[in-house]
Ligand binder design. Structure first.
Ligand SMILES: *Cc1c(COP(=O)(O)O)cnc(C)c1O
Length: 396
């Protein structure tokens, strides 16, 4: 006996829900790739990505996932033997560093733990020690999808400035772009990467990179450049060169529609929507936490992301039955912990094409699971979420 049948809701932090309008935009025959419609779609997507990254720099679209975008970023600005500094705050910046390491880059990691954001003062102190300027780039994620942290990118930029260090600042915005403010140019980020399948509401399979002027300058001397990722080749005259081969047409049809939707809503409105829905999730989790069986993974409330919430379970409590109950009995798919949090955490994504019923439904389902499984929790988490939204979302 279940209450599962109906539309399943995917509450994992990527891929996220793809809007019907995006799916419909993809449902068309293939078209030619040298002229015509597709050229306009490419130009529009590249321009809209600049709007979303908030940059006047160049944008690049790769037939790749986020890992591909990582590799694209590294190979275009670095050389074998260069040193980079990876700012750890969970799983993902470290993964980016592993990509660089395999390409022959020397990787230093500034350890930060899994429950806290990167400490800008520690970044400053580390860079001050690098008197010879050996560190060529600093790699950091805006939101770490594993830990649920949001790092303060402007504060990290300011720390680099205080240290008087000239390294490039490279930021992974895969789990944040389109969900919360990111100001590539105003924050003087040199390279930003993202992917299609999270805040950007498009199926997985596209990776994006934006490059500012300092990155473009570093590119000229970069020794790791390869044909597929290379910015210079992609800047060429022919449409075909934008993709180093056949464009991933259908994903582009979807992306074009998704970026339209995002910019029609307005970036500020999309950020506000995410902040409100994240607030609802946090209200509920705070109430459940009173039972002592679970808590926020990220200790500082100000550093909890607006796109994903990671819930840490009490030592010895297995997240699997909760996840399975939600999926198999109720039709909501939650994320589980990964990396250091494997077997210890649950993740609720609230990013991309999400609204109040999707989030309230998810929260209600988690509360049903906690009750059905006899897991101690404060009562009224969903009520707290309702109170928050009712008090925050004004009448039209
Ligand atoms: C999802 C994610 C990635 C990896 O993206 P893939 O498309 O799975 O390769 C990298 N960084 C962050 C912050 C992510 O959320």
């Amino acid at each position: 006996m279940t209450v599962r049948n109906g539309r399943e809701f995917l509450a994992i932090p990527g891929p996220t829900t793809v809007p019907d309008a995006v799916l419909n935009a993809m449902h068309r025959p293939a078209i030619e790739i040298y002229s015509g419609d597709l050229v306009g779609i490419t130009d529009a997507c590249l321009a809209r990505l600049k709007t979303v990254f908030r940059t006047a720099g160049n944008t690049y679209i790769y037939a790749a996932n986020g890992h591909g975008a990582w590799e694209a970023a590294v190979t275009n600005v670095l050389s074998r033997g260069d040193t980079i500094l990876v700012l750890q705050s969970g799983r993902f910046a470290v993964g980016w560093g592993e990509t660089a390491e395999m390409l022959g880059v020397r990787v230093e990691t500034l350890a930060g733990g899994w429950r806290h954001a990167v400490d800008p003062a520690a970044v400053e102190a580390r860079l001050r020690q690098d008197k010879g300027g050996a560190i060529k780039a600093v790699l950091v994620v805006q939101v770490d999808t594993a830990s649920g942290v949001v790092n303060d990118i402007p504060a990290i930029r300011a720390a680099m400035d205080r240290a008087g260090h000239g390294a490039l600042l490279m930021v992974d915005t895969i789990a944040s772009l389109g969900t919360m403010p990111f100001e590539m140019d105003a924050w003087r980020v040199d390279v930003a990467v993202t992917g299609s399948q999270k805040g950007l509401m498009t199926p997985p399979g596209l990776g994006f990179v934006a490059a500012g002027p300092r990155a473009a300058a570093a590119h000229k001397a970069a020794g790791l450049r390869t044909r597929y990722w290379d910015w210079t080749l992609r800047n060429g005259e022919l449409h075909y060169q934008r993709y180093c081969g056949t464009p991933p047409e259908h994903l582009l049809f979807g992306l074009h529609k998704a970026l339209d939707m995002l910019l029609d809503e307005g970036l500020e409105n999309a950020f506000r929507r995410h902040a409100l829905l994240a607030g609802a999730v946090r209200r509920a989790v705070a109430v459940w936490a009173e039972g002592g069986a679970l808590d926020f993974n990220i200790v500082d409330p100000a550093r909890r992301a607006d796109s994903v919430t990671t819930i840490l379970l009490r030592e010895g409590l297995d997240p699997r039955p909760i996840r399975d109950y939600c999926e198999q009995q109720c039709g909501v798919v939650l994320g589980v912990g990964i990396g250091d949090l494997s077997g210890k955490a649950l993740r609720i994504a609230h990013m991309g094409h999400v609204n109040a019923p999707m989030i309230l439904g998810t929260l209600g389902t988690v509360e049903v699971a906690l009750q059905a499984l006899g897991i101690p929790h404060g009562k009224g988490g969903v009520q707290a979420a309702i109170d928050w939204l009712g008090g925050s979302v004004p009448a039209p």
